[in-house]
Every structure is written in structure tokens, then in C-alpha cells.
Design a protein around this ligand. Structure first.
Ligand code: GLN
Length: 238
């Protein structure tokens, strides 16, 4: 198996509440699975070309989103080609919003997204902050921490990632959190998300590996500590 190429978009502008821990988690688990990997970053004004096996973009303040918004437009085609051909991706909060159609900010107008996800986000007066617990048939109980004022509405073709048990999720009303399109996930959960939710990490890693070798099977690893963190987080107050 060749090296898995992990693309991290805008790590200098879009990285809050420990989002970088998602990359560390992916790298560590790939080591444990015996998968070689390469970490590639791309930010504003840097050319994006080549093929990647997994794409990640973290969250950020509105200011960070404004700083990367127009640059991301120039990379729309290559990113969409990857996602449409089944490359797994994880986008968190501000990154999730910009992988949607647009984010309408409170004071700075509309930031166009790249429409990977059929979702739109509008700033609200409500700051949706706190611990969040949700559940999905595929990934089990997902835990994290959210902090956003943007409320995200799913379009007709969009599939939510999970149902909210405690917390706000996409908009604090619909009862849904995140989105999944092909193998790309958008989520409001920081934490970072992946160390406490290994089923999500392994979905991304397993998909990336199987895109190269259909037969690839992730071996079992001891996730008792990660699951202890997951069950502890389930009991935290919102
Ligand atoms: N600025 C966005 C919001 O508040 C995203 C915040 C984030 O990435 N945590 O909705």
C-alpha cells in the first residue's frame, strides 16, 4: 500500500478548539494500522494540485472564514472532483459551513462556499455553545463540543450525519447534526472530534485505504481509553 496523502486545508487560519488533534489522531491510528502517510498543507495563495486520499478542514472565526473564502473558490473544482470520486473528507464548523453553499455572516455579508454539501448557513443571535452528544446508526454515539452562531439548514438532497441527543447541532431546532455526502462529513463538533469518536476516524481511514486496495481491512485496535473518554463526555452537562 502506498502512502496515504492527507490534505489539511488552511491550518493557519482554520484551526480552533483543538481541531489539529484530528490530524494527530488520523496519523496515530494510521501508524497503528500499519498505514504509511504523508501530511500536506495548503493555504491561501498556494497552488493546489495532485491527488489526495483524505481531506480535512477545521473550524475558525468568521474572520478566518473571510480570509480563506475567495481562495477556497479557486480550489472548488479539484476538491469537488476528489469528493465526487469517493475521497473521504472531514470538515469542522467554519470548514463545514464553507463546504456548503454559503455562510451569511451577521456583519460581513455573504461568504460563498464550494457547494460540496447541499446546505446553507446563516448567522443568528444565538451562540450555540457547549457539550454535544448525538447518535448515528453508522457511527454510534458521537460526542464533542460546539461553538457557533451560524445555523445550518440542510437542503432536500442532504443527509444529516447524526441526531442530536443533547446540544444544538446544525441549528438548535431540526434535531440534526452535521451532514454526510458520499464519504465527506461536515460537523459542528470540535473536541477535537476524532480521538473521542474512533468510529468516525476509522470510517475516514478505512475509506481512504480501500480506495487504494479494495480488500484492505483495518485490524482491531484497543480503543478502551478512547471509549472511556466518549462515555465520560456523554455524561457532561450541556
Ligand atoms: N464563525 C462560525 C460561526 O460562529 C464558525 C465558528 C467555528 O468554526 N467554531 O458560526
Amino acid at each position: 500500500m502506498r502512502k496515504l496523502r492527507i490534505l489539511h486545508l488552511y491550518p493557519d487560519r482554520m484551526n480552533i478548539y483543538g481541531d489539529m488533534g484530528n490530524i494527530i489522531c488520523l496519523q496515530k491510528r494510521m501508524d497503528w494500522f500499519g498505514l504509511k502517510h504523508e501530511y500536506i498543507t495548503n493555504t491561501v495563495s498556494e497552488k493546489l494540485s495532485g491527488k489526495f486520499d483524505l481531506i480535512f478542514m477545521g473550524g475558525g472565526q468568521d474572520r478566518g472564514q473571510i480570509a480563506v473564502g475567495s481562495d477556497l473558490q479557486t480550489k472548488q473544482a479539484i476538491i469537488k472532483d476528489h469528493i465526487n470520486s469517493g475521497v473521504p473528507a472531514l470538515t469542522i464548523c467554519g470548514g463545514y459551513q464553507l463546504f456548503g453553499k454559503y455562510f451569511l455572516t451577521k456583519d460581513s455579508g455573504k461568504i460563498e462556499g464550494i457547494s460540496v454539501f447541499d446546505v446553507v448557513t446563516k448567522a443568528t443571535e444565538l451562540r450555540m455553545i457547549g457539550n454535544i452528544v448525538c447518535v448515528s446508526d453508522e457511527f454510534g454515539t458521537i460526542v464533542g463540543f460546539e461553538n457557533h452562531s451560524g445555523a445550518t439548514q440542510l437542503g432536500d438532497s442532504a443527509q444529516p450525519l447524526a441526531k442530536v441527543i443533547k446540544g444544538y447541532g446544525n441549528d438548535g431546532k431540526s434535531g440534526f447534526e452535521g451532514v454526510i455526502y458520499k464519504n465527506a462529513i461536515g460537523s459542528y463538533l470540535h473536541g477535537p472530534l476524532l480521538p473521542k469518536n474512533p468510529s468516525l476516524a476509522d470510517f475516514l481511514i478505512g475509506t481512504a485505504a480501500r480506495n487504494i486496495d479494495k480488500q484492505f481491512i483495518l485490524k482491531n485496535i484497543d480503543d478502551s481509553v478512547a471509549m472511556l473518554a466518549n462515555s465520560y463526555a456523554q455524561k457532561l452537562p450541556q
